[in-house]
Write a protein that binds this ligand. Sequence first.
Ligand code: PA5
Length: 442
Amino acid sequence: MECIKFDYSKICSFVGKEDFAALQPEAQKALKGLLEGTCRGNDFLGWLNLPEEISEEELAEIEKTAADLRSRTQVVVVIGIGGSYLGARAVIEALSDSFHNYESAGMKVIFAGHNISEDYYYELQNFLENKEFGICVISKSGTTTEPAIAFRLLKELLEKKVGREEAGRRIVAITDAAKGALRSLAEQEGYRTFVIPDNVGGRFSVLTPVGLLPIAIAGFCIRDLVHGAIDMRNNCLRQEISPALEYAIARTALYRKGYAVELLANFHPKLHYITEWWKQLYGESEGKENRGIFPTGADFTTDLHSMGQYIQEGKRILMETVISITRPDYKVEIPVDEDNLDKLNFLAGKRVDEVNKMAELGTQIAHVDGGVPNMKVIMPALNALYIGQLFYFFEFACAISGSILGVNPFDQPGVEAYKNNMFALLDKPGYEEASRIIKAKL
Ligand code: PA5
C-alpha cells in the first residue's frame, strides 16, 4: 500500500541539523504524552483511535441512512460550522467532478449554517422551494447559533412543503449523546440521530458521523477514507519518527527561527477546502496564549497571480507547505496548432499535468531562492484513501506540534469572545450586564 510522504529537504538552508536535533527530545516527550494520554487536553484524545474503533455496524448504519436520504430527496442540506462542516466539505469538494458538482454521484449536497448572511438564506430558500430536500444537521454542542438559525429556517420550510411527519423522516441530527438543544429537539421530534463522542473535539471529528454521513450522502466511499486513516495511524503509532512527527518538528524549527506564518499551498482547485479544514485544525489548536503559527492557504497557480508577489518578495515570515498530487485522474494533452500564433507549440503533445508539475517545481525553487522555506506533502493520487491518510497525518502532527508549543491543542477558548459580544448586542437573556457594558462602548 502506497502512503503519502513528507519531504522537508528544502528547508535545510533555513534550519540546521542542530535545530532538528534540539527538538527531538521535545517531540519524543510530546509523542509520549499523546500515546500515554498524559498530555494537556487529554480528555479529547478520542480521535487517536477513531479509525480503528469505528465498527462495521456503525459504518453500515451510516451507509444505510445515507442511502435512505438519497432515495427520498434530490438535495440534502448539511448544516454545521467549523469542525461540524469543514471535513465533510473538504472531502466532497476534493472528490467531486469540478463541473457536475455532486450530480455525478447522483446527489447534490449543499451546505448551510456556516454563515449568517441573510441573502445566502433567501437564495437558499428559493433554491430549495421546488426541490425534494432533506437536512443533515450537525452540532456537537447543539447550541451553536449559526447552524441553529439555519436549521430553524429550513425545518420550517421542509415542514411546510412535506408535512411534519415526512420532514421527520428527512432530517438526521448529529450531536452529543445527551446534552444540548439539538439533542432535545431531535428526541422530541423523533429524528434519526448519530452521536459525536465526548472525547472528540469538533475539528478532529471528520472520521465520526460528522464527516462520514455527509460524505456517504454525497456518494463517496467512507470505508476507503477510514482505511486510509488506519494506514496512517499505523505509520504514526508504530514508529518513533513518522512523517507526521517530522512535519511537526520541521514547522516548529522554522517557527523558532521567526517564520510565524505557514501557507498551505496546492496546485489543484479541488484541494481548496482541504486547506480550509487544515486552517481550522491548526488555527484553533495552536493559536492561543499569544503563541502559534498563523495558518493560511493559497490555491496555485491561481494565487501566484495575486499573492505570488508577496510570497516571493514580501516580509520574510512565511513558510510554505505544498500538497503535491503525483497522478491526476485523467489525461489531457496540449494540441499542436499549425499557426502557433500563441507560441505554445513548445508544449504541444505534453500533458497539462506536466506543465502544472513544472509550475510546481519552478515555484518551489523560486520561493526557496526568495527566502521561503518549502515543505511538501506528497499524495500519490487524490482519492478517499489518501485523503484519509492526509487527515490523520495532519491531526497527529497538529497534536504533537501543539504540545511542543506548550498549549492545549484541544480547546478553543478564544472562540467565545465574539459570541459573548454578539449575544450581549442582541440582548440574549442572561447577558444583561454584558449588554450594558458593551453598549456603553458604542
Ligand atoms: O473545533 C471545534 O470544536 C469548533 O470549531 C466547533 O466544531 C464549531 O464551533 C462548531 O461547534 P458545534 O459542533 O458545537 O456546533
